[in-house]
Design a protein around this ligand. Structure first.
Ligand SMILES: Cc1cc2nc3c(=O)[nH]c(=O)nc-3n(C[C@H](O)[C@H](O)[C@H](O)COP(=O)(O)OP(=O)(O)OC[C@H]3O[C@@H](n4cnc5c(N)ncnc54)[C@H](O)[C@@H]3O)c2cc1C
Length: 397
């Protein structure tokens, strides 16, 4: 089935996932933007260093950063401005440690307030998903483990960087639809992702921890899938309504912040995921999948939901809560907004409100999470931010 899907993707008969890969390997932002420029005289990379504070002078101007390197606290100063790109968890954490954030929270931790910005760390968003609508298959299904990891597959990958090992964990295709969050029917609010690997196929080695399922759920629900062929339809909300937060645990910069994602706190998110599951079940019941592959819904009752009638709305609501996972797409915690929005943290030119010489450029500035995965949009934010810095300092290309 995996090969069948790859063939369809190559023929562009449905949406193959876009991947940040070169020669079958993940191509990171560091590989794409940083490493090719390390020879430049105006760039110095200082690795193994943790920034612990942004230095702000009495005139409320960011003048540099304090960081720890080889166990020593050091400072580095900026000639023009400081750019904070620590991601949606650490960018708000560093602003808070530097006195930029909700005054009350800073007071609780004994941090002197520089700018009272209540939006710092708020508006946390991610893509909630349910990765467990599983179907076992009988026909046209290769024995998956040897096919995925066997000699031919390894040879293909080593020699040509192609084959099953060049596709992330069996992700083979997707489509998006409007299921009713946005009144505009052209806006696609829900994503359906097809994986040609059952969650329990790998005997709990990778998939279970990737999706954050408990050992109990693996043992009771997924373990029986081990070694079987099949596919999974994952449903994902493009625009969830729930909002979480990132706040300081203490003023110690080495301590992780409190991340409260608050997933499914808005009841509409549960109902939308229920709707998406029903849609996925219709797809799984199509003649193409039923007769073509012998697809059969994996209908073992889920641990924790066994008291509910299997297949009822309440059963699937319970399933949503028990099998909820995420896209690993934290964003929104240093929201870009016009001055009229009291929850904004950065201006449309990504400058932090109330401080001179400080910008945030990463996924934290998204006011609303993008409908897609975040890697490419975040690189776009980086490119746009770089252009704005050059414009503001008169470097015209
Ligand atoms: C496991 C996982 C899988 C993912 N898979 C995909 C995918 O397949 N497709 C996709 O589109 N997106 C994916 N994403 C999401 C994507 O990687 C992120 O959305 C994107 O990297 C966000 O970029 P960013 O610059 O905001 O933050 P980051 O990429 O997190 O960059 C922040 C950087 O700042 C550094 N940093 C943080 N704090 C400090 C500090 N105090 N001092 C010094 N440095 C610091 C961090 O080490 C990091 O290098 C995935 C994310 C995860 C976690």
């Amino acid at each position: 089935m995996q090969l069948f899907h790859i063939k369809l993707c190559q023929e562009k008969r449905y949406n193959a996932p876009d991947l940040s890969t070169i020669n079958g390997e993940r191509h990171s932002a560091s590989d794409a933007f940083l490493k090719p420029n390390l020879h430049r005289q105006n760039l110095r990379l200082q690795s193994h260093s943790q920034v612990i504070k942004i230095l702000i002078n009495g005139g409320r101007r960011a003048i540099g950063v304090m960081y720890i390197h080889n166990g020593k606290v050091k400072k580095v100063y900026a000639r023009k401005e400081v750019i904070l790109s620590a991601g949606a968890i650490d960018s708000p954490k560093l602003l808070l440690l530097s006195g930029i954030g909700p005054k009350e929270q800073l007071q609780t931790h004994g941090i002197r307030s520089v700018v009272d910005l209540k939006g710092v760390g708020q508006n946390f968003q991610d893509h909630p998903l349910v990765a467990g609508i599983s179907y076992t298959t009988e026909r046209n299904a290769e024995n998956l483990i040897p096919m995925m990891y066997g000699g031919n597959s390894q040879r293909d990958y080593i020699r040509n960087r192609t084959g099953p090992l060049s596709v992330p964990f069996g992700v083979v295709g997707y489509f998006t639809v409007n299921l009713g969050v946005d009144p505009d029917p052209n806006v696609e609010d829900t994503l359906f992702l097809f994986q040609s690997v059952l969650m329990g196929t790998d005997f709990g080695l990778v998939g279970v921890s990737t999706y954050g399922y408990t050992r109990e759920v693996f043992q009771d629900y997924l373990r029986e899938q081990g070694g079987r062929t099949g596919f999974v339809i994952t449903v994902k909300l493009n625009w969830p309504k729930s909002r979480g937060s990132v706040s300081l645990r203490s003023k110690n910069p080495m301590e992780a912040p409190v991340i409260d994602p608050n997933y499914l706190s808005h009841p509409d998110d549960v109902e939308m995921l229920l709707k998406s599951i029903k849609y996925a079940l219709i797809i799984g019941n199509t003649t193409a999948l039923k007769d073509g592959l012998g697809a059969k819904l994996y209908d073992k009752p889920l641990l924790g939901c066994k008291h509910l009638k299997h297949g009822s709305d309440d059963y699937w609501r319970c399933f949503v809560r028990r099998m909820l996972s995420i896209g690993y797409h934290p964003s929104g915690t240093c929201k870009m907004a016009p001055p009229s929005d009291p929850d904004g943290v950065v201006s449309p030119r990504l400058k932090v409100r109330g401080v001179e010489g400080l910008r945030v450029i990463d996924a934290s500035i998204m006011p609303l999470i993008t409908s897609s995965n975040l890697n490419a949009p975040t690189m776009m934010i980086g490119e746009k931010g770089a252009s704005m810095i050059k414009e503001d300092w008169g470097y015209v290309e």
